[in-house]
Design a protein around this ligand. Structure first.
Ligand SMILES: NC(=O)c1ccc[n+]([C@@H]2O[C@H](COP(=O)([O-])OP(=O)(O)OC[C@H]3O[C@@H](n4cnc5c(N)ncnc54)[C@H](O)[C@@H]3O)[C@@H](O)[C@H]2O)c1
Length: 288
């Protein structure tokens, strides 16, 4: 069985590594934080001290990293993947990153005979640990086919949306929807409460009608109404994703006023809701 690498063993990378291991793959991983490396060793993942060691051993290496800048550093920075290049290795970037970064990294990796595809994910830490994530994939047909047996072991749904970079465009679009739906749901539920309709009753009506969304059907009952706010996805990461959407819109020279208002509100949320808090807390914007 081929060895699979995972670089970045946080909320998502940990679950992916453990799911692959459960699926019968030999998994080696690394992370920038020593405590994370130790915790994953205890959970049975073979940990390596450097990116170079992971690349040396694996045919396919997943990245699950916080930002596009960190992805770029891990691929092209000092001690990174390109400095430790090995021909034929396929890098699968599951981070939510910028499509321009992804396409630039493709050129650099191809120059050292390595391959890249973007495969950002939905479903949170629970989806990662249970192998039920959804993936939007940007890849050549050849690499999509090559990765499919491994991707199918770690996801419930995979959609090949186009060439390299297309996965990140689709993921940014997806999260712009979610970020917008949360804001409007926060406002609409406040309107209905003040007009005398409690949120749980309102949502039963909305979810039977055409205004429903993942946020009204899933996020409210699972993380918001019960006060748990434990989705595993943070304010900081969603603010990053909304910023990514703005960068993409600006690079495309588009004028999208609603998206721009959504970005303004998410940026403003940093004044009252800390980065480590659950991203669903944004429904409370303006009330705390
Ligand atoms: N958490 C979610 O629900 C969720 C859902 C979908 C997509 N995502 C995306 O997946 C990515 C990872 O998210 P997460 O929630 O797991 O983040 P996280 O912060 O929990 O994990 C990221 C990990 O990367 C490690 N890391 C940072 N720099 C590194 C480096 N130079 N070398 C090696 N490791 C490094 C960190 O130490 C950390 O353990 C992000 O791009 C996020 O937007 C997250």
């Amino acid at each position: 069985m081929k060895k699979i690498g995972v670089i970045g063993l946080g909320n998502m990378g940990r679950g992916m590594a453990l799911t692959l291991k459960r699926g019968g793959f030999e998994v080696v991983g690394t992370d920038a934080i020593a405590a994370t490396r130790e915790a994953l060793t205890k959970e049975g993942i073979s940990i390596r001290a450097s990116i170079g060691e992971v690349i040396k051993e694996c045919e396919m290496v997943f990245l699950s990293l916080p930002t596009a800048a960190i992805v770029e550093d891990v691929i092209a920075g000092s001690g990174g993947i390109i400095e430790n290049a090995r021909a034929g290795v396929l890098i699968v970037d599951t981070s939510t990153s910028h499509p321009d970064t992804t396409r630039r990294m493709l050129v650099k990796l191809n120059a050292v005979s390595m391959e890249l595809m973007d495969a950002p994910v939905s479903g949170g830490p629970k989806g990662a640990i249970t192998g039920t994530m959804a993936m939007v994939i940007g890849a050549s047909a050849k690499n999509f086919e090559r990765a499919e047996p491994i991707l199918s072991a770690m996801t419930g749904k995979r959609v090949h949306v186009g060439d390299v970079g297309a996965g990140h465009v689709a993921k940014i679009a997806n999260n712009l929807f979610t970020a917008s739906h949360l804001l409007i749901a926060g406002e609409v539920t406040r309107m209905a409460e003040k007009a005398g309709v409690p949120t749980d009753q309102l949502l039963q009506g909305i979810n039977a009608g055409s205004g429903r969304s993942f946020v009204t059907e899933h996020s409210y009952p699972t993380w918001i109404l019960n006060g748990k706010f434990d989705s595993g996805f943070t304010m900081k990461l969603m603010r990053k994703d909304v910023r990514l959407s703005q960068e993409l819109i600006q690079a495309l020279e588009l004028d999208l006023p609603l998206a721009s208002k959504v970005a303004e509100l998410w940026a403003k949320s940093a004044d009252t809701i800390e980065g480590g808090e659950d991203f669903n807390r944004v429904v409370e914007l303006g009330t705390r």
